[in-house]
Design a protein around this ligand. Structure first.
Ligand SMILES: [Zn+2]
Length: 261
């Protein structure tokens, strides 16, 4: 099992990061992807896979972080990202994307400009994109009309779009990953979204420290909870857990070849 999206670099893991990793390995997790969210974290993140190849990283600018960064520095950050990606060591571009609730402090126009920069870098460096899209699906679909999805793929993380949206993203070749909410009995949106995705486009994540699955709901999430999420996914989709695990692993390795055997 591979956790395709967890923010283990955040301060909320400062006290027990190594212990959280040990719990993950003990739970049967064999690899994880930490998506970088801010330029200030990129250099340190790149050290991680060198120490432990089970931990792989993406590099990007999260739209929710844009209000903390000067708009005039956006281009500078993207060229720095270009340089770092040229050196190797990152397996994806992101986390990047569009965030509806953040438009008040980072207008959609700026978010789209920065996102287009990530698309260009993903194509140039032949890496998949790790996409955050919260209440901004029309804007993202508009971007996809003119930004070709990188050949290496695009992963819609913690996806909760409607079945209709899923069809549109599928046409662009997107993959979809799901986190803790698929284990909440009343969470209709993510569960409907989960059921709308074909098995060969499906991935799993904890999105730690957020979105902890049942029975840890409301607490800090961590990669060791991934089996709970995968079991919930299997139950909701009516598939044998072993079939789903196998498919998730195959899909993950296709998107992130570094996890190949
Ligand atoms: Zn994230």
């Amino acid at each position: 099992m591979i956790d395709t999206h967890c923010h283990l670099d955040l301060p909320r893991f400062d006290d027990d990061r190594d212990a959280a990793l040990e719990r993950a390995w003990a739970a049967g997790v064999t690899g994880l992807v930490v998506p970088g969210v801010a330029p200030s974290t990129w250099a340190a993140l790149l050290e991680w896979p060198r120490r432990d190849a089970r931990v792989q990283v993406g590099l990007g600018i999260h739209p929710q972080l844009l209000p903390e960064l000067e708009e005039r520095d956006d281009e500078k950050h993207l060229s720095h990202l270009d340089e770092l990606l040229s050196c190797g060591g990152a397996i994806a571009v992101g986390e990047c994307g569009l965030d509806g609730p953040t438009v008040a402090t980072a207008p959609m126009e700026r978010q789209v400009r920065v996102l287009r920069g990530h698309f260009a870098l993903a194509r140039k460096h032949r890496l998949p994109l790790l996409m955050h899209c919260l209440r901004a699906h029309p804007a993202l679909l508009e971007v996809l009309k003119t930004e070709p999805v990188p050949e290496a793929g695009l992963l819609m993380h913690s996806y909760s779009g409607s079945a209709d949206l899923t069809t549109k993203y599928l046409k662009h070749g997107c993959h979809f990953s799901f986190a803790g909410p698929v284990s909440f009995a009343e969470a209709r949106r993510p569960i409907d979204a989960l059921k709308s995705v074909p098995l060969d486009r499906l991935l799993a994540e904890t999105d730690a420290p957020d979105q902890a699955p049942h029975p840890h709901r409301g607490q800090r999430s961590e990669p060791a909870y991934l089996p709970l999420i995968i079991d919930a996914m299997a139950k909701q989709r009516g598939e044998p857990p072993e079939t789903l695990r196998r498919a998730l692993l195959d899909n993950t390795r296709r998107l992130f070849p570094v996890f190949q055997g």
